[in-house]
Write a protein that binds this ligand. Structure first.
Ligand code: AR6
Length: 237
C-alpha cells in the first residue's frame, strides 16, 4: 500500500497515493468494488503556521499542532487532516511525527505529506479539497512562502473571492473562502476552498511582531489552529 499514513515506521507520503482502500468508516463506498475512494474523503491540507517567515519556535509550534490535531482529528467522523511541508528535511514534520507517536490519533485521520501544497493531486496523487494558507493580516497575495505560492497557483479568482468575503484578519483567526470553479487550483487539484489563517509573528521585520512573547504567541497559535479546524468542520458538515 502506497498510502503511507503512519508516523514512526513509515516515511512521509511523498509520491502517489493509493486511491482506493478496503471499506472503512470513511469515504463513500463504491458499489461495484465495495471499496472506498480516498478521493472522496474531505481532506484539509495545512502548512505549519508561523514557523518560517514568522519565525515561531519549532518545538513550541509542534506541541501546539499535536495538541490541536489530537483535539480535533477524532471529532471528524469522515475527514482527514494532513500537515504538509516542502522538504523531507522539514524540521517541523519530524518534530510533529515524533511528538504524535503514542498519542491516540487515528493514522487515517491525520498524517504528514512532503510536497507543494499547490500541487498535491497533480504531483502527489493526494486529493485535498481544502487547503490552508499561512496568510498575512491584509490577505494580500504578496510576500513569499506558502501565501505567495497559493495566490499564484489559484490565479486572480482567489484574490477576488477573498476580498468579497473578508478584508483583513487579525492574528489567531481564519477565514474560509470558497474557490471559484474557474481557478486552476480548483480544476487541476480539486481544491474547493482555501482557508486563510494568520498566525503569531515573531519576525521583527513583519507587522504585529510579538517581541519573543511566547505566552501571547502560543495562545495566538492555538487560536489559529482552532479557528482553522473549526473552519474546515464548517465545510465538512
Ligand atoms: N507548499 C507546502 N508548504 C510550504 C510551501 C508550499 N508551496 N511554501 C512554504 N511552505 P511561511 P509563516 C511551508 O513562511 O511563517 C508570507 O509572506 C514552509 O516550509 O509561508 O506563517 C505571508 O504573507 C513552512 O513550514 O508562513 C505572511 O506575511 C510553512 O509553509 C508570512 O509569510 C509556513 O511558512 C507568514 O509566515
Amino acid at each position: 500500500c502506497k498510502d503511507k499514513q503512519t508516523f514512526s515506521s513509515i516515511p512521509d507520503n511523498d509520491n502517489s497515493e493509493t486511491k482506493e482502500v478496503e471499506n472503512q468508516a470513511v469515504g463513500s463506498v463504491d458499489s461495484h468494488a465495495n471499496q472506498v475512494s480516498l478521493d472522496d474523503i474531505p481532506t484539509l491540507a495545512f502548512p505549519s503556521i508561523s514557523t518560517s517567515d514568522f519565525q515561531f519556535n519549532h518545538e513550541k509550534a509542534a506541541d501546539i499542532i499535536v495538541e490541536k490535531v489530537a483535539e480535533f482529528s477524532n471529532k471528524f467522523r469522515n475527514a482527514r487532516l494532513v500537515l504538509v511541508d516542502l522538504s523531507h528535511k522539514s524540521k517541523i514534520l519530524s518534530l510533529v511525527k515524533a511528538k504524535i507517536a503514542g498519542k491516540n490519533i487515528d493514522a487515517q485521520k491525520f498524517f504528514t505529506h512532503v510536497g507543494d501544497i499547490t500541487h498535491l493531486y497533480s504531483r502527489g496523487g493526494l486529493r485535498c479539497n481544502v487547503i490552508a494558507n499561512a496568510a498575512n493580516w491584509r490577505l494580500n497575495p504578496g510576500g513569499g512562502g506558502v501565501n505567495a505560492a497559493i495566490f499564484n497557483a489559484a490565479g486572480p479568482e482567489l484574490e477576488s473571492a477573498t476580498k468579497e468575503k473578508v478584508q483583513s484578519l487579525s492574528p489567531g483567526n481564519a477565514a474560509v473562502v470558497p474557490l471559484p470553479s474557474s481557478s486552476p487550483l480548483f480544476t487541476r487539484e480539486g481544491v474547493t476552498h482555501v482557508i486563510h489563517v494568520v498566525g503569531p509573528n515573531m519576525n521583527p521585520q513583519r507587522p504585529n511582531c510579538l517581541n519573543n512573547d511566547y505566552n501571547k504567541g502560543c495562545k495566538i497559535l492555538q487560536d489559529a489552529y482552532t479557528s482553522l479546524f473549526e473552519g474546515f468542520a464548517s465545510i465538512v458538515r
